[in-house]
Design a protein around this ligand. Structure first.
Ligand code: NAD
Length: 232
């Protein structure tokens, strides 16, 4: 059985990383238009770099929570793919082996002229004037609002082969990522784990109104009881 977990900012909320929607569009006191758009980068690179340097410092100090761990443990029983909108690395640090980042990875930098030139961020900071090997400024390896999402095609094909899709901690407001739910097969089961209502145009969606750290372990234990053949 193939389980696809589609995660958003809410899965990392209990690790101390704030969600975007819950902060009223103000993500850690910044207007996203000032820090997470190509226009912001053209206008004030120093501000954009500072914003992501601060977010990176938070990620480095955060720990995976019970939701990330329970998602990892599903791999002991099922074929599991994680597709995340998050730029943090908490799924990887919990041990998940297949993680597709739709919106990039904050622990990486890339050339602002050649997106194939990727680097690990040394010391957690991208400095103004840090250059790629071709001599252009390094930028965070994240997808900004208004930019294309290059991994979307891969995400669609993973979603199409899901027997179960678990959406956790996503308001399903940010497109095209949010459209992923429409790509699962009609026979696939769909679970939404979020304390708040999440709009989804599908009759058979099961909404578990819990925080990720309780909702994911509960659902994982149900799925294992129902479907796992490991150890039988
Ligand atoms: P969002 O902020 O739009 O929605 C977050 C959702 O999580 C909401 O529906 C909220 O009710 C829910 N939530 C809050 N606490 C929760 C908890 N403890 N357990 C389960 N659910 C909880 O997030 P989004 O849909 O991921 O889209 C926002 C964009 O901002 C994404 O592109 C994402 O890349 C980016 N972002 C990333 C991070 C991160 O990497 N950790 C943090 C903030 C924003």
């Amino acid at each position: 059985m193939h389980i696809v977990v589609f995660s958003g900012a809410g899965v990392s909320a209990e690790s101390g990383l704030r969600t975007f929607r819950d902060s009223d569009g103000l993500w850690e006191q910044y207007d996203v238009m000032d820090v997470a758009t190509p226009e912001a980068w053209e206008k004030d690179r120093e501000l954009v770099l500072r914003f992501y340097n601060e977010r990176r410092a938070q990620v480095i100090h955060a720990e995976p929570n019970a939701a990330h761990s329970a998602i990892r443990e599903l791999e002991d029983h099922f074929d599991v793919s994680v597709i995340t909108q998050n730029i943090d690395n908490l799924h990887e640090r919990a041990g998940s082996s297949t993680v597709l980042h739709l919106h990039g990875e904050i622990m990486k930098a890339r050339s602002s002229v050649d997106s194939s030139l990727l680097y690990d961020v040394k010391n957690g900071v991208i400095e103004l004037d840090a250059k790629c090997e071709k001599g252009s400024q390094l930028r965070p390896h994240v997808v900004w609002f208004g930019e294309a999402v290059p991994e979307m095609e891969s995400a669609y094909s993973i979603a199409q082969s899901a027997d179960v899709l678990i959406v956790v901690g996503s308001s399903l407001n940010v497109y095209p990522a949010a459209g992923l739910v429409q790509f699962i097969a009609p026979r696939a089961a769909l679970y939404i784990i979020d304390p708040k209502s999440v709009p989804v145009a599908r009759d058979n969606a099961i909404h578990i109104k819990e925080k990720a750290s309780t909702g994911i372990p509960m659902l994982a234990s149900d799925l294992i009881k129902k479907y796992s053949t490991a150890g039988r």
